[in-house]
Write a protein that binds this ligand. Structure first.
Ligand SMILES: N[C@@H](CCC(=O)N[C@@H](CS)C(=O)NCC(=O)O)C(=O)O
Length: 348
């Protein structure tokens, strides 16, 4: 009988209340079995915002983090639409995942030691390297984060953002007053209406928030990056096979880009590629699918239905019609072959 911690209250990285314990036996149904029986994947994202997770006029979700949800559904069911998206605030996300409301979380969550080891969840692999920044109104005259002495700064609660802001203020003797919000829409409105001198968030989040403002040109993101925010999909602690499925789904998207496999050419690649690694990944040879408990065409389905990492980045994070214009070239989110940090372990 294995004992796992059940968390009833989580204050991101502050006080963690661990109440009692629940037992789970080795014979308990695996997440993969539960998901298959249910007939769809439950995937948690954040409150709608451009780039990561957003809603179209028909109520359909799209975005880079939504694409990871779709990719896991494609891997498990061969159908990216076998998916229920759940939208949760930053403050509630980890409790909801640990409690079993969703099968995975794909929503701008920073991988930290405390979250990985004390909240009943596990991070899989980084799908976006970010860092925290500040946004101000252009007419404020503020040009640097060091100008924020005594400033009121709008920030979401239950985030690393809130904690980093306190560290930054203390380290630099800035005496910043945080103004905290659970609902990011109220946070944004308060900032836009002048209730705060600045707003802080992951820089990609700031670009996303700014893109959704009525007058984005009136705002600017300050040059400083005050933290490391490796954003990674997470799963509930204790089911290694399920963690492998989510981790290798992201790896497929990265490896596909590295090897020039796209949603447009994946059929041709599966039949004609001479690259052994690509052949193994696409199930044309070998049995790499078996340990994951997935069919031979799991990776093919991900790429065919969702696309590789670069395709998804361009569409939602880059200069695509729905994108939020975050340059990838020269950034940490470029492939390792182009000087970035996006790197998949080998398909063998
Ligand atoms: N990466 C940070 C920030 C989390 C976060 O989701 N921040 C932004 C998104 S970039 C936000 O506006 N969150 C509100 C929401 O989506 O509900 C963390 O993991 O704590």
């Amino acid at each position: 009988m294995k004992i796992t911690k059940l968390l009833t209250s989580v204050a991101t990285a502050g006080a963690i209340l661990v109440s009692g314990a629940v037992s789970s036996s080795a014979s308990a149904e695996s997440t993969l079995e539960t998901v298959k029986k249910r007939g769809h994947l439950r995937c948690q994202v954040g409150q709608p915002q451009p780039g990561f997770y957003n809603l179209d006029s028909k109520g359909n979700w799209y975005g880079s983090d939504v694409s990871i949800c779709q990719a896991v559904a494609a891997a498990v069911f061969g159908d990216k639409t076998k998916l229920e998206i759940q939208s949760t605030t930053s403050a509630k996300r980890f409790i909801a995942l640990a409690a079993g409301d969703s099968d995975m979380l794909s929503r701008t969550a920073t991988w930290t030691l405390l979250r990985d080891s004390q909240l009943g969840i596990d991070f899989t692999t980084v799908n976006f390297y970010d860092g925290q920044g500040f946004m101000v109104r252009k007419d404020s005259g503020i040009k640097s984060a060091m100008d924020l002495k005594g400033a009121k700064v709008c920030v979401s609660t239950g985030t690393t953002t809130e904690l980093n802001l306190a560290d930054f203020s203390r380290t630099n003797n800035l005496n910043i007053s945080p103004v905290t919000f659970e609902d990011k829409n109220v946070r944004n409105q308060t900032y836009v209406k002048g209730g705060c001198d600045a707003m802080t968030n992951d820089k990609s989040g700031l670009a996303s928030n700014k893109a959704a403002f009525a007058n984005p040109d009136e705002h600017m993101i300050l040059p400083e990056t005050i933290s490391k925010e490796p954003l990674a999909p997470a799963v509930r602690h204790g089911d290694n096979q399920w963690a492998d499925i989510v981790r290798w789904t992201v790896n497929v998207m990265i490896a596909a880009e590295e090897n020039g496999v796209t949603s447009a050419n994946v059929d041709d690649m599966r039949t004609n590629s001479k690259n052994p690694s690509v052949r193994r990944m696409l199930g044309a040879e070998g049995n790499l699918n078996e340990g994951l408990g997935l069919s031979k065409d799991w990776a093919y389905n991900i790429i065919k239905q969702v696309g590789n990492y670069g395709e998804v980045y361009e569409k939602y994070m880059g200069d695509g019609k729905l994108g939020i214009g975050i340059p990838r070239k020269g950034s940490q989110n470029a492939l390792w072959t182009k000087g970035g940090l996006m790197y998949s372990p080998p398909f063998r």
